[in-house]
Design a protein around this ligand. Structure first.
Ligand code: ZN
Length: 324
């Protein structure tokens, strides 16, 4: 994301509705320095470490695509320039979810349109800041993740069928590498606690621990601290062989909830000066664990997509009601 990222866009939403022109907003945003969720480095590292751990039971071409998968880690952050406004606007909310805003919705519905409907119902029943429940304000993190996971699984299925038919697989291999790398971006965002909270860039609400309310902690943690202090070798050893996820959506949402439980820890590290300069041992331990959690979930999702792509699928005619 840009420095302070997609969240800055949410802050700008109300401005956009005001008198200030879109042109002026674009100029303001244009001047913000680029920096990704986890920064470029964190995203590249999470994808690279996961790719290096792809097991021998998965296709060899994917195990050989470490450089391509690592390159794709920051890819969705490259879709945030005001020069491509429709793209930027459509996908800003994919990078986060405010778990506090959906605490009343457990389990989350598995499809994004049911999620939208529940949020609009909540908004209609809310008098205090109802727009906080707009889908684009709450964030769509688990939905884009599952949608890209679905694309990957579908492409793996195609790969299996082409191989079985002794047909060329070069094209589908390229597609699989793209989906695997693209998926890594969102999974990595989910391991960053500040991508799961209304406190994404400065504490809000009751503040008994006197945590920072300045709008700098997000980039300081995920970009500046990581770039200055962490390398892939620092957390690669924490990533184990992949596990098959029996319920990918539920397990992914649980991963986001776990990440959200660590929001206070990020603020405590900042308060203690652990994220400044060379940082502290506690900050190094915490950050490497979060990066490893991202690589592990990504590896688990790749593995699950591969295994499950062998399962037979219903014929197209048995699809539930779909409008053409
Ligand atoms: Zn992101």
């Amino acid at each position: 994301m840009r420095n302070k990222g997609c969240r800055v866009l949410r802050q700008s939403e109300s401005m956009r509705r005001g008198a200030i022109s879109l042109t002026l907003i674009a100029l303001i945003l244009w001047q913000q320095p680029f920096a990704g969720a986890w920064g470029n480095e964190g995203h590249i590292y999470i994808n690279r470490v996961a790719a290096l751990k792809i097991p021998a039971s998965m296709p060899l071409f994917l195990r050989h695509a470490v450089a391509e998968i690592a390159y794709l880690g920051p890819e969705p952050d490259r879709w945030r320039s005001p020069t491509e406004f429709a793209l930027k606007n459509s996908q800003e909310a994919d990078h986060y979810i405010d778990m506090e805003r959906v605490s009343w919705l457990d389990p989350l519905p598995p499809g994004r349109y049911e999620f939208y409907r529940k949020l609009y119902e909540k908004r209609a029943a809310t008098t205090d800041h109802p727009d906080d429940y707009l889908p684009e304000r709450v964030g769509l993190q688990p939905y884009i993740t599952m949608e890209v996971f679905g694309r990957l699984k579908s492409a793996f299925r195609e790969y299996r069928q082409l191989r079985k038919a002794n047909k060329p697989t070069d094209s589908v291999q390229q597609v699989i590498i793209f989906y695997a790398g693209w998926l890594g971006h969102y999974v990595a965002d989910g391991s960053q606690p500040l991508h799961t909270t209304i406190k994404y860039n400065g504490w809000v609400g009751p503040n008994p621990n006197d945590y920072t309310t300045e709008h700098h902690i997000h980039g300081q943690f995920e970009a500046n601290y990581v770039a200055a202090n962490i390398f892939p070798k620092d957390f690669a050893g924490m990533v184990k062989a992949p596990e098959h996820l029996d319920d990918p959506f539920a397990q992914y949402v649980a991963y986001l909830r776990d990440s959200n439980k660590l929001v206070d820890d990020v603020y405590a590290l900042e308060k203690d000066g652990g994220l400044t300069g060379k940082g502290s041992a506690a900050a190094f331990d915490f950050t490497t664990r979060r990066l490893a959690a991202g690589s592990q979930m990504l590896l688990n999702l790749w593995y699950t997509a591969w295994i499950d792509s062998a399962n037979p699928v219903p014929e197209h005619g048995s699809r539930p009601t779909a409008k053409k």
